[in-house]
Design a protein around this ligand. Sequence first.
Ligand code: GTP
Ligand code: MG
Ligand code: NA
Length: 459
Amino acid sequence: VSESDKNLRSPICCVMGHVDSGKTKLLDFIRGTNVQKGEAGGITQQIGATYFPAGKLREMTKGLKADARLEVPGLLVIDTPGHQSFTNLRSRGSNLCDIAILVVDIMHGVKDRTIESLDLLRRNGADFIVALNKVDRLYGWKTCGNAPIVEAMKVQSRDVRDEFERRVSGIIGQFEKQGLSTELYYKNYDVREVTSLVPTSAMTGEGIPDLLLLLVQRTQRTMVEKLTFSNQVRCTVLEVKVVEGHGTAIDVVLANGVLREGDQIVVCGQQGAIVTTIRALLTPYPMREIRVKGAYQQHKEIRAAQCIKIAAHGLEHAIPGTCLYAMGPDDNLEALKNSVMEEMESVSGHIDKAGEGVYVQASTLGSLEAFLEYLKSKEVNVKVSGVGIGPLHKKDVMKVSAMLEKKRTIKYASILAFDVKVTPEAEEYAEKSGVKIFTSDVIYQLYQQFKAYVDSLIK
Ligand code: GTP
Ligand code: MG
Ligand code: NA
């Protein structure tokens, strides 16, 4: 019987948790890279994705001497930010994944973003395991390379083992308060009801074989149906970026199906559905992070699950966070265009019919939605006349200043720019034309700035 007789696709695993718990570093250890060191302020600010082929997983887990029959072709791992402003990216990650790793710093325990991630995972019904990371920081820890955790614990002193036990039971108590039963994975005999804890170090590697083996076993044992390969394309846009030599491309996660060069695709765009043809299908090399610039492999076709850069004409206004459809022989193009734009409807319902209100710019559809919901709430109640996604350009400011001339309501000559860059030309034009731009990456602060301004107008 061949390993692939079940025809499974690679599971998608999302890494979530509080800021600086070691999510990126864990992936760095497995990849043998140093992505974390290159991040501004050591903070992840984008969704990342890395493909781990089965061969690598087999090699990493051989120390566990498990009869690890790998039935999946590999593992696609999604890295998310832990900083509080990126709830939308955590939410997108938790939507995409088959299973997640919730990373907790063993020295700090359960924190705000741990709880938020837990809520997101539960809401999506996603299965997950917990990594108790940074075990090497237990005082007196003896490094054991990437040894299985039980082996590594055996060589530790009494003191280290005591501190370990103490911290683990503290964290089990903290999770209990969140209504979650947890137990060290090698003592967990009720994996359906109790979530497994895997102690790890992203610095020295202990427990990483355990983490990988557990992920693979759990997915291929309990998710066979979900992981069975199908030809139906399921694909989500993560980012829109320029790729040298290929023009504007989109980073996508292909969760199921096959994409081919030359396929006609339909993508949600800011000015309507984008219908285009795949010019190039690029992937980073296995074990390399897609969000880090590097060399790409070009493919004629790619099977799920994978993270891919798709180069095609007209993708400049594609909206991150939305679905991508591929035209099949039986598909109706108009129907696909309608379905792809349905996701935008949640936004258009928030725009004032009489065209009165502030202009709102946000980084992604998800963050725009979150911000619009907030502005609509009873306590806030700010009208919105128009929206945009991505960096704020001069042409956006021009739209607002034209509106100002028609309506003459000074407070509405305002742009609330949430978590986006403002180009110098846009700033200059705003200055000249009397449009106010407010910027912040925290929804509440952005509203407070605007409110203070409106109050000052009244006085
Ligand atoms: P965000 O993506 O910004 O939320 O952070 P993160 O969870 O990806 O954490 P990151 O990988 O950026 O690590 C944060 C800091 O902790 C870095 O200085 C790492 O070197 C350090 N660190 C991560 N894992 C470990 C570990 O297992 N042991 C030790 N000693 N330090 C670690
Ligand atoms: Mg990170
Ligand atoms: Na960090």
